[in-house]
Design a protein. Structure first.
Length: 151
């Protein structure tokens, strides 16, 4: 009998804010051990995915039924450099929910320090890559997470 593969820790949703812990590996850095800018975007993608999962949204099921999310725009500000072996936290919170899109505020933190923060506009599209209203069940799930002031 084989042991089941453990499910990765997907973080936690608390008060509308999803938090995902991670560690900086060499693959995330440049030769000097400073986190490469694209790593923040990868980590924020993981945060968005786990935020939706924590709300009970299965993106594979959504895609099979004809709806998927894409990043329409991302406005990111890098504030402090994260370094090799740092323990970080990615926080994700929905600040605006519309019929066919949502805006998420995301931060990458080291303790109380903000390393980077971003505003991400995610759009719902269909299988022809056209904008589409989110299914009602999806909107209801996202609406369960309280919208907060993240400024």
């Amino acid at each position: 009998m084989t042991d089941p593969v453990p499910i990765p820790d997907g973080g936690a949703l608390d008060g509308g804010v999803h938090r995902l812990a991670l560690r900086v590996y060499w693959e995330d850095t440049d030769a000097g051990g400073i986190v490469y800018h694209a790593s923040y975007i990868r980590w924020m993608e993981r945060g968005r995915t786990e935020f939706l999962r924590a709300l009970g949204l299965d993106q594979r099921e959504m895609m099979a039924s004809g709806t998927r999310f894409v990043v329409n725009s991302i406005n990111i500000r890098f504030r402090r450099p994260a370094l090799f072996d740092d323990s970080l936290m990615v926080s994700t919170q929905c600040t605006t929910l519309r019929a066919a899109s949502l805006i998420l505020h995301q931060r990458v933190m080291r303790g109380a320090e903000t390393m980077a923060n971003a505003e991400v506009l995610c759009a719902a599209i269909d299988e022809t890559d056209r904008p589409v209203r989110m299914p009602d069940a999806c909107r209801r799930r996202i609406a369960l997470a309280p919208v907060g002031n993240t400024s």
